[in-house]
Design a protein around this ligand. Structure first.
Ligand code: CDT
Length: 339
């Protein structure tokens, strides 16, 4: 019997700044109802799914931004999601801004803020939590930018690594599941850490502007608008192919607070093929039947890690952060010995 899991990416149309969580959660519950009618067993919602993408809004005092965050999960506002999951027997993935109340090294209470996602069973158990590692943007107000991207201001770098869990999901005993959040999808290192834990399905939420909002450069170098979606899909397709896994990637889409997010949610198979894609900028459900057994093809052939990886040559990946210049070639002898 093939191990088939029916999954959905639940794309969300725009969420405006003033939209209350109760309205957003009601939209998400409607998507779950539709998912149930289509026999879906796992629904993936986007990054920061409960609010507008608030890192575009500057608060001088970070505590003023606390109303965008969740301090408990489930909460009164998110309970309807957990109830719907139980009613329909559907697992779900949810991205949200998390405040974790912890104690610091000297034992004092402290508040830590993360861009977080969780994987929840139909029974309401949190099977896995992930906190975003690759935080794009900047920490201070950037006057030259058309739109702020203040993830580095509001969030700490995730402290949970890239975990994978063998989770009961749908009718299956166990599915090896991991998570990435938005910008993480562009980093092959993140995918490979998941791949090294035999991940079969990556749940991924994102909010990506249609336009590059960095300050314009004065050297004529630019990013063409039509390549924005291509780069997103390219990253996900490569991550799936090179790590022999599925990805369910759910976007926020459309004009949010006057700024466009490009949507184009996708489900990708281990061959790197897009098997479902969203066509609207609205709340939209895309679904696919994922035969998890096909993960074994890449894993036992071209990407049989145990046979072919050469970690002794990959030192720079973990020893170094930024790129260095290579040695300059000289006719009378290079920096590297030539045998
Ligand atoms: N949310 C998020 O990570 N978005 C980024 C936008 C990059 S522009 C600073 C992304 O990689 O899609």
């Amino acid at each position: 019997m093939p191990r088939i899991l029916t999954v959905a990416a639940a794309q969300l149309g725009p969420i405006q700044k003033a939209e209350p969580r109760s309205d957003v959660v009601a939209r998400m519950v409607r998507l779950m109802e539709r998912a149930h009618k289509r026999g879906v067993e796992l629904v993936v919602f986007p990054e920061l799914a409960l609010t507008t993408f608030f890192p575009r809004h500057y608060h001088e005092d970070i505590e003023e931004a606390d109303h965008w965050f969740e301090t408990e999960m489930p909460s009164p506002a998110t309970a309807p999601l957990f109830d719907a999951a139980a009613r329909f027997g559907i697992g779900f993935h949810l991205g949200y801004a998390e405040i974790a109340h912890q104690t610091d090294a000297s034992g004092h209470p402290c508040k830590r803020r993360f861009n977080t996602s969780i994987l929840v069973s139909p029974a309401g158990d949190v099977l896995l939590k992930y906190r975003k590692v690759h935080l794009p943007g900047h920490a201070e107000y950037a006057p030259l930018r058309k739109v702020q991207h203040l993830e580095k201001r509001y969030f700490e770098v995730g402290d949970l690594g890239f975990p994978v869990i063998r989770a009961p999901m749908g009718g299956l005993d166990g599915v090896n599941m991991g998570m990435l959040i938005c910008n993480d999808r562009r980093w092959p290192e993140a995918w490979r850490v998941l791949g090294l834990q035999s991940v079969e399905l990556v749940a991924l939420g994102y909010n990506t502007p249609s336009l590059n909002m960095e300050a314009p450069r004065d050297d004529g170098v630019f990013e063409a608008h039509h390549l924005r979606v291509f780069h997103s899909h390219l990253s996900i397709q490569a991550g799936c192919y090179q790590n022999a896994c599925f990805a369910v990637a759910a976007a926020k889409a459309g004009k949010e607070d006057g700024h466009e997010l490009f949507g184009h949610s996708v489900i990708v198979n281990p061959q790197g093929e897009i098997i479902a894609v969203a066509a609207s900028w609205d709340d939209e459900l895309i679904t696919a039947d994922c035969n998890l057994d096909i993960c074994s093809l890449g894993r036992t052939t071209v990407f049989a890690f145990d046979k072919h990886r050469r970690p002794e040559t990959y030192g720079r990946i973990t020893d170094q952060v930024g790129a260095v210049d290579p040695p300059v070639w000289r006719k009378d002898g290079n920096a590297l010995p030539v045998r």
